[in-house]
Design a protein around this ligand. Structure first.
Ligand code: URA
Length: 258
């Protein structure tokens, strides 16, 4: 890593160290991550910065996956499964997904909130900022992972997705997973975990233990799944014990990814 010399570089380095220290304080992290990509000290950039996005230009496989993802999104928009919900969603923007469409690690959350509905990007509100810190603590940058939700539209009053709503949107999430074909999925929170693992167990029982996602159909993709608490839950129940549990779950995911 180059030693920062100019005022700009020193300011960048200070910011990166401060972000890392905040992350460590949040999660009780007991190490300093080593960034595997890019030069110098990595920073947590705003998630939608197009210049920071992982490039499809030099990678035909990524370009192909992006094309499949765009087609899938267009199909979702035509099908509009949310129009069949018993309680309609008055959303502003569809929140489809964010990140590298060929990522080795995929996070799956529940449904967009107000900030996500306004921007069309998943996990950009308070819970999203904590998720960003979790990703940083894993030694990754947000644009290196893929992030999606069970529902693509904001439920009224941020209600938890009903099983019927989750089922209507599930085919599109299954296809998102098939396109990204990650090595590890981290589900955050109960709706995503239950849908992905076809389980009715509690989060307390499911988190922290490896499980397997099996995609639909005879050739359905198989992916290792690590369920963990939702960052919004962590913000509500901000105890040392919960932070330790989440960090332990993420460490298992990191170990699996090598
Ligand atoms: N919570 C989620 O589950 N998903 C988001 O995109 C934002 C908050």
């Amino acid at each position: 890593m180059a030693t920062p010399t100019t005022t700009d570089e020193i300011a960048r380095a200070r910011r990166a160290v401060r972000q890392q220290a905040e992350t460590a304080a949040m999660l009780g992290v007991d190490y300093v991550p080593c960034f595997r990509t890019g030069e110098g000290i990595a920073e947590v950039e705003p998630p939608t910065d197009p210049a920071a996005a992982v490039s499809t230009a030099a990678d035909p496989a990524r370009a192909k996956a992006q094309q499949r993802m765009d087609e899938l999104r267009a199909r979702y928009e035509r099908d509009a499964p949310h129009e069949k919900f018993a309680t309609p969603h008055q959303f502003t923007n569809l929140v489809w997904g964010d990140g590298d469409v060929t990522a080795r690690l995929m996070f799956i959350g529940e449904a967009p909130g107000a900030d996500e509905d306004r921007t069309g990007v998943p996990f950009v509100g308070r819970a999203g900022q904590l998720l960003n810190k979790m990703i940083t603590a894993m030694g990754l940058r947000r644009e290196e992972v893929y992030i999606a939700n069970v529902l693509k539209t904001r439920p009224p009053n941020n209600a938890t997705p009903t099983p019927a709503e989750a089922e209507l949107c599930a085919p599109y999430l299954h296809e998102q997973i098939a396109i990204v074909a990650p090595e590890v999925i981290v589900t955050v929170g109960l709706p995503a975990t239950r849908l992905i693992l076809k389980s009715s167990d509690s989060m307390g029982r499911l988190r922290g233990t490896w499980a397997e996602y099996v995609g639909p159909g005879p050739d359905g993709i198989r992916v290792a799944v690590m369920p963990t608490y939702h960052p919004a839950y962590l913000l509500r129940s901000y105890t040392a014990e919960n932070r330790k549990k989440v960090w332990s779950d993420l460490k298992q995911a990191m170990a699996r990814l090598g």
